[in-house]
Write a protein that binds this ligand. Structure first.
Ligand code: PHE
Length: 467
C-alpha cells in the first residue's frame, strides 16, 4: 500500500521551512565580507538586481518541478517525462551529501562557540586563533597536532539534533522546528543589529555599506554576487525540488518564492549591517574578512572590545547556530527523501544511516583543517592538477561544480525540456493567473543559464574562488 505523500500544514509552514533552508551560514558570515569587498552599497545594489532576475526564476522552477512531479529530486525529471535530465537530480543529490558532510561539522564548531562565549570568553579573547586551532586539534605553541575531539563531539551533537528533526517528519519535525527557529533567528538578528549600530564609531561602517562606490565593482564582483545568490537561496541542491514536492496544489508558488527570496536577502543585508559597522567600530576598517577564519577568529576582537561583548558574542553564535541547523535539516531531507522513496526503507533507518556516513566524512573535513594532512585532488585549466587540503577540495567541488551544474540542469529542464508553459500551468493551479509568465520564460531560457555557464567557466578556466 502506498503511503500518502507528506505535506506542509500550510503556507506559513512551507515559507518558514524554505526560508530556514535559505538563511544559513552563507547569509551571516559569507555575505557581509563579500559585500564589504564588493564596495558596500554598490554590491548590495547589484545583489538586489540578481535576486529577482536570476534567483527568483530559478527557485520558482525548482519548486514547480517538485510540486508537479510529487517526487524526490532524482526521480522528478523522469516523472515529468524527461528521464534524461536525472543527471541534474543526481548532481544535486550528491552535492547535498557532500555539503551536509562539512556544513554539519561547521555547525558543530558554531555550537562549540555558543558554549565558549557562555563559559570561557576570556580564553577565546586571550588567543582567538590559538583557541580556534586547538578546537581543531592543533596547538600552535608546541606545534603539536592531536585528535580534534572537541570539534568532533560538538559536530556529533549538531548532527544528532538535525537527525531527530528529520526522523519526526515533514510536518511534525521540519515544520515545527522552523516555526520556533526562524522567529528566534529574526529576534536575535534585531538585537544584534541594535547593538552594532549603536556602538561608538559604527556610523563609518554604516556609511560604507550605504555608499555607492562603483569603482569597486568589476566582472569578478558581479560573479561573486551571483554565486553567493545561488548558494544563499539553496538552489541546485535537491532542496527546493523536495520542499516543493510537499506543497499542495492550492499554494501560490510565485508569492511563496518572492517571500522566501525577500526573507533570505533581508537576513543577508541585516547581517551585513551587523558585522561591518561592528568591525569598523572595534577593529577598524581593514579588518573585515570572510570565511571561517573571520567568523571564528577575527570576530573575537569585535566582541572583546564591545560592552557586554561575551553576551552578544554568545547571541551571535546562537544566531549562526539556528541558521546552520535549519539549513542542514533541509539538506538532509533532500537526501533522505530520495532514499526513502527509492528503497522503501523507514525514515528513521535512512536518516540514521546517512547521518552516520556524512558525519564520518565530515570528520575527515574537520581533521584536514589543522590536525591531519589529508589532501583532495583538484583541476582547473589555469593551475592544472593540484592537491588542495581535503577541506578546501570539498568546498571547491560543491561550490564551483555541483551547485552550478545542478542549478543549470534544473533551469534548462524548465526552460527547454519541460517548457515554461508547463511551469506556468503548474503555477496557475492555485487559481491565479501568472502575470509575469512571459518575463519568467525569457529569464529561465536565456538569462539564468547564461549566468550559470559564466560562473562555471570562470572557475574552471581561471581557478578563481568565487565563494
Ligand atoms: N543557503 C544556505 C546558506 O546560505 C546554504 C545551503 C546551500 C543550504 C545549499 C542548503 C543547500 O548558508
Amino acid at each position: 500500500m502506498k503511503k500518502e505523500r507528506a505535506q506542509w500544514s500550510g503556507r506559513v509552514g512551507f515559507i518558514l521551512a524554505a526560508a530556514g533552508s535559505a538563511v544559513g551560514l552563507g547569509n551571516i558570515w559569507k555575505f557581509p565580507g563579500k559585500a564589504y569587498e564588493g564596495g558596500g552599497g554598490a554590491f548590495l545594489l547589484m545583489y538586489l538586481l540578481i535576486i529577482p532576475l536570476i534567483g527568483m526564476p530559478a527557485m520558482l522552477s525548482e519548486l514547480a518541478i517538485g510540486r508537479a512531479s510529487q517526487s524526490n529530486v532524482v526521480d522528478a525529471f523522469g516523472r515529468l517525462g524527461r528521464k534524461g535530465y536525472s543527471w541534474a537530480g543526481w548532481t544535486g543529490w550528491i552535492g547535498a551529501f557532500i555539503i551536509t558532510s562539512y556544513y554539519s561539522h561547521v555547525g558543530g564548531w558554531v555550537l562549540r562557540y555558543v558554549f565558549s562565549y557562555a563559559v570561557e570568553p576570556g580564553l577565546v579573547y586571550a588567543d582567538p586563533l590559538g583557541y580556534f586551532y586547538r578546537m581543531l586539534g592543533y596547538d600552535a605553541a608546541s606545534e603539536e597536532t592531536f585528535f580534534p575531539l572537541t570539534a568532533i563531539v560538538f559536530a556529533a551533537l549538531f548532527m544528532t539534533i538535525c537527525a531527530v528533526v528529520i526522523i519526526k517528519g515533514v510536518e511534525k519535525g521540519i515544520e515545527k522546528f522552523n516555526r520556533i527557529g526562524m522567529p528566534a533567528l529574526f529576534f536575535l538578528l534585531l538585537v544584534l543589529l541594535v547593538r552594532s549600530v549603536t556602538l561608538p564609531g559604527a556610523s563609518e561602517g554604516l556609511k560604507y555599506m550605504l555608499s555607492l562606490d562603483m569603482s569597486k565593482v568589476s566582472g569578478q564582483t558581479f560573479l561573486i554576487a551571483l554565486s553567493q545568490g545561488f548558494y544563499s537561496l539553496s538552489l541546485g541542491m535537491a532542496i527546493m525540488v523536495t520542499y516543493g514536492s510537499y506543497l499542495t496544489k492550492g499554494e501560490d508558488m510565485v508569492r511563496n518564492t518572492v517571500l522566501v527570496c525577500v526573507m533570505d536577502t533581508l537576513v543577508a543585508f541585516i547581517a551585513g549591517f551587523i558585522v561591518i559597522p561592528a568591525v569598523f567600530a572595534t577593529l577598524g576598517e581593514g579588518s573585515v574578512g570572510k570565511g571561517g577564519g573571520f567568523a571564528f577568529v577575527s570576530l573575537a576582537g569585535v566582541f572583546s572590545r564591545m560592552p557586554a561583548g561575551a553576551l552578544f558574542g554568545m547571541l551571535f553564535y546562537l544566531l549562526l547556530l539556528f541558521a546552520a541547523l535549519t539549513s542542514t535539516v533541509s539538506l538532509i531531507e533532500g537526501i533522505a527523501a530520495f532514499l526513502i522513496e527509492r528503497t522503501g526503507a523507514s525514515r528513521t533507518f535512512v536518516t540514521v544511516a546517512i547521518c552516520v556516513i556524512m558525519f564520518a566524512i565530515g570528520c575527515l573535513y574537520t581533521c584536514s583543517q589543522a590536525s591531519v594532512d589529508i589532501r583532495g585532488v583538484w583541476f582547473d585549466l589555469k593551475n592544472g592538477l593540484t592537491r588542495p587540503l581535503l577541506c578546501d577540495g570539498m568546498e571547491y567541488l560543491t561550490d564551483r561544480i555541483m551547485i552550478p551544474l545542478a542549478a543549470l540542469g534544473c533551469c534548462l529542464f524548465a526552460g527547454w525540456a519541460w517548457k515554461p508553459e508547463n511551469v506556468t500551468a503548474e503555477v496557475e493551479l492555485c487559481g491565479k493567473p501568472f502575470r509575469l509568465a512571459k518575463a519568467y520564460g525569457f529569464l529561465i531560457r536565456f538569462v539564468v543559464p547564461a549566468a550559470i555557464i559564466v560562473i562555471f567557466c570562470v572557475s574552471l578556466f581561471t581557478g578563481t574562488t568565487l565563494s
